[in-house]
Design a protein around this ligand. Structure first.
Ligand code: SF4
Ligand code: SF4
Ligand code: SF4
Length: 317
């Protein structure tokens, strides 16, 4: 095996920049941030060229939509960063901080209820870029999904956002048909005709919106766009399923605000080394939910950001 010459301090320094040591070598994988998994053709080409120029030619996709270029020698790291910067790209994504955002392709998917690429880019700007210097107890992962099919596994993230289309049902227009097209199309059997009228079981309905515009008598002509939010999920050595906030939000502004409140609460109340799931377990979901649904914590934003907290967080990658 080759003799390793990079000091632990230098390894730590470049790790904070998004360069992860390739085990047993003096080379690194440079983690390129894709914002939400969407790159232009030019950016793809730039990453490929950079892999040939500075790395070992391999480009690997991570499970959370970043792109790593393998085999970059330590002394080429700065040049690599400068090269991809010309294509509007940057490395990063490590540490006890807000991590790169993951999004599904809800923008183009036939089931997508929200513009996931647009929303996840806003989340990226506000909380990946905007909170880059903010130290947290551990890593903090955010996912944006387009519909209740949950391809992006929102409930296994610290915060998971899911697009909704809440059907607006007009009882007066319903004829109680023997063969109800709405009941037929509902994938979770939430819609049924009972006593001559359609009933939607709110506990079963997941607001997928598939019934919207599917009644020939115009009993459901439209719906309200919404955002369901899970908090406290995690996946890894330990797992936890996020719990849903009781409110379905109906504007992007509200969703962005709630994400910020969860991050601030985690920074303020989380113990260094614990994931949000543990913070919620310790404080109780009801208390956490009450705090993130109220605006009190935003009044303490500057104080929370200025506090000297979590100087060394719990994240190891
Ligand atoms: S979660 Fe829904 S919108 Fe997103 S990719 Fe899956 S089916 Fe499409
Ligand atoms: S929702 Fe439409 S299709 Fe279903 S029972 Fe009512 S009128 Fe008939
Ligand atoms: S929104 Fe989806 S789950 Fe709810 S009633 Fe309509 S089809 Fe069924």
């Amino acid at each position: 095996m080759a003799t390793l010459t990079i000091s632990k301090e230098d390894e730590k320094r470049v790790k904070a920049l998004g360069f992860l040591s390739n085990k047993g070598t003096d080379n690194f994988s440079g983690r390129v941030i894709t914002v939400n998994g969407k790159l232009t053709a030019e950016q793809h080409v730039a990453i490929g060229e950079a892999a040939k120029k500075f790395g070992n030619g391999n480009v690997v996709y991570t499970t959370r939509l970043t792109v790593e270029v393998q085999g970059i020698p330590y002394e080429k790291i700065d040049e690599f960063r400068a090269y991809i910067e010309k294509a509007g790209l940057a490395t990063g994504g490590t540490g006890s901080k807000v991590r790169p955002v993951v999004s599904c392709k809800g923008t183009t998917c036939q089931y997508g209820r929200i513009d996931t690429f647009d929303l996840s880019e806003k989340v990226h700007k506000a909380f990946y870029e905007g909170y880059r210097q903010v130290k947290l107890p551990h890593k903090f992962k955010i996912a944006v999904g387009g519909c209740p099919n949950n391809c992006v596994k929102p409930e296994l993230n610290d915060v998971g956002i899911v697009g909704q289309l809440i059907p607006n049902f007009d009882e007066d227009a319903c004829n109680g048909c023997k063969k109800c097209s709405v009941a037929k199309i509902c994938p979770v059997d939430a819609a049924k005709v009972v006593d001559g009228i359609l009933e939607i079981d709110k506990d079963l309905c997941n607001n997928c919106g598939r019934c919207v515009d599917n009644c020939h008598f115009d009993a459901i002509v439209d719906g309200t766009t919404g955002y369901k939010v899970y908090i406290g999920g995690r996946w890894g050595k330990k797992t936890a399923q996020g719990k849903t906030l009781s409110k379905i939000f109906t504007s992007e502004e509200e969703v962005l605000k709630v994400v910020e409140k969860v991050i601030l609460l985690y920074r303020e109340k989380g113990k260094t080394g614990e994931r949000l799931a543990q913070t919620i377990e310790r404080l109780g979901f009801e208390q956490v939910e009450a705090e993130v649904l109220s605006d009190d914590i935003l009044g303490r934003k500057q104080e929370i950001l200025d506090a000297k907290l979590h100087e060394t967080g719990g994240a190891t990658c």
